[in-house]
Ligand binder design. Structure first.
Ligand code: FAD
Length: 417
């Protein structure tokens, strides 16, 4: 049996960030994953600016190595397309020169990005990585958790557990008592295509708010090898009500929609369409308890408006690592001692998640998206504001002010703002 102070279950972005953050603080950990890397993960593969910032914050070298990696593509903006097909291009920075340190997003297949993180884990002597081991049983004992695989043959004893095993986490359900709620959960499907026409020359991500998918959307994210990640996401509550088959919806759209039909005329799908769940952070939940903290998708921290979860997975992993360091130093891993983790999540991540939940409700209405995109397409000032929202925290707060919507409805004070 392996004995450790901290065991991290899952070596995806949340678990990897926790282990790396602990390692830079000089704290050893054991991280265990049921998969052997490189492994695939169903995802849009879009990495917001947050990802690079957070990895750099853990260790400058990690940020530099990702920046230099040939496995990712730099993306300089996002194109939003309204139900009435008017499009709006939003740059991460209003005027950009494509310099490495300007704010921008990345796109990287998860098989590559997660393996990049695993390589970083292997660089650190403080981290013991165990692959191909699934933790399926969790027994709370007076001095820690006894974690075992299905057979009970493989066992780890840990004083503290950081749970980072994703959207289908058994620990989240069985120990923390958090269940899937269709109003706070989405279903997503994605496939890789090559030879898609009309991709933006600066690799803009594309979000198409088509009428039959609201409040979800169709995405097209360009990849480094010339392929495109194509997917559809929809709130589970709505998908159930509509009895939507997302794979069929995606194929019908690519084949039947006049714009998509042209763009996919010579396209070829590489492999199957795959689906997975997105647990949204639109509800405040308690994420820590006696000797454990939940992180990433296991803590339901995906942005309910954008579907972005990697940044919050990294961030929550780092916050859990800092809380774990304090708990071990004080020799107190009680629920009360770990409640500071929940306080950090509420302070750092929750405000944006709750704001995004409000935005998600608004995109139920095609007229609202048509209006925002119509105004944005012809108004430089509004474009700059929206662009700033992707990398400036203070600007995102403007969205909470009623005056923002008033200005929007009034045409943003005329053509020049
Ligand atoms: C269709 C779709 C599209 C998405 N698009 C985007 C996007 O473009 N950008 C973005 O930022 N986010 C996106 N997301 C969300 C993003 O994929 C997740 O938020 C992110 O992967 C969460 O990271 P994580 O480390 O919490 O979990 P995961 O990445 O799921 O990692 C969990 C790890 O735990 C391991 N594990 C599972 N069970 C066990 C066990 N019992 N024992 C040991 N190990 C175990 C798994 O093998 C895995 O390696 C998308 C999600 C979906 C489904």
């Amino acid at each position: 049996m392996i004995s450790t102070g901290i065991c991290i279950i899952g070596a995806g972005p949340a678990g990897a960030a926790a282990a790396l953050q602990l390692a830079v603080m000089g704290i050893p950990s054991v991280i265990v994953d049921k998969a052997v890397f490189p492994r695939d993960k169903v995802c849009g593969d879009g990495l917001s600016g947050k990802v690079l910032t957070l990895l750099t914050r853990i260790d400058k070298g990690i940020g530099e190595r990702l920046r230099e990696s040939l496995l990712k593509l730099d993306s300089w903006g996002i194109t939003f397309t309204a139900p009435n097909r008017i499009g709006m291009h939003i740059m991460y920075k209003p005027r950009y020169q494509k310099l490495p340190h300007e704010p921008h997003g990345l796109v990287c297949k998860r098989i590559d990005f997660d393996n990049f993180l695993v390589e970083e884990l292997k660089r650190r002597p403080e981290i013991q990585l165990l692959e191909g081991r699934g933790i399926e049983r969790y027994e709370l004992q007076p001095d820690g958790y006894l974690l075992t695989d299905r057979t009970g043959q493989f066992a780890i004893k840990a004083r503290l557990v950081i749970v980072a095993n994703g959207a289908h986490s058994g620990f989240t359900k069985e120990v923390a008592g958090i269940r899937m709620e269709p109003a706070h959960y989405a279903a997503g499907v994605r496939a890789y295509y090559r030879n898609v026409q009309g991709v933006h020359p600066d690799n803009f991500l594309e979000l198409h708010f088509l009428k039959n998918m609201l409040p979800g959307y169709l995405w097209l994210f360009p990849l480094p090898n010339g392929e495109v990640n194509v997917g559809v996401g929809m709130l589970s509550k709505v998908a159930r009500r509509k009895k939507a088959d997302l794979k069929k919806l995606m194929m019908d759209t690519l084949e039947g929609d006049p714009v998509m039909r042209e763009r996919f005329r010579y396209a070829e799908r590489m492999g199957d369409i795959k689906g997975y769940g997105l647990p949204f952070g639109s509800k405040d939940r308690t994420l820590s308890g006696e000797r454990y903290m939940l992180t990433g998708d296991a803590a339901s921290l995906i942005n309910p408006f954008t579907g972005e979860g990697i940044g919050n997975a990294l961030h929550s992993g780092c916050l859990a690592a800092r809380q774990a360091a304090q708990a071990l130093a004080a020799n107190d891993c009680s629920a009360a001692a770990l409640a500071g983790y929940d306080a950090s999540i509420r302070r750092v991540l929750r405000p944006e998640l709750l704001l995004s939940a409000k935005l998600q409700k608004m995109v139920n209405y095609p007229w609202f998206i048509n209006l925002v995109i119509k105004q944005g397409a012809r108004n430089q000032q509004l474009q700059e504001l929206l662009s700033g929202m992707f990398h400036e925290e203070t600007l995102r707060k403007k969205l909470q002010q009623p005056s923002f919507y008033f200005k929007l409805l009034m045409g943003w004070g005329g053509k020049n703002g």
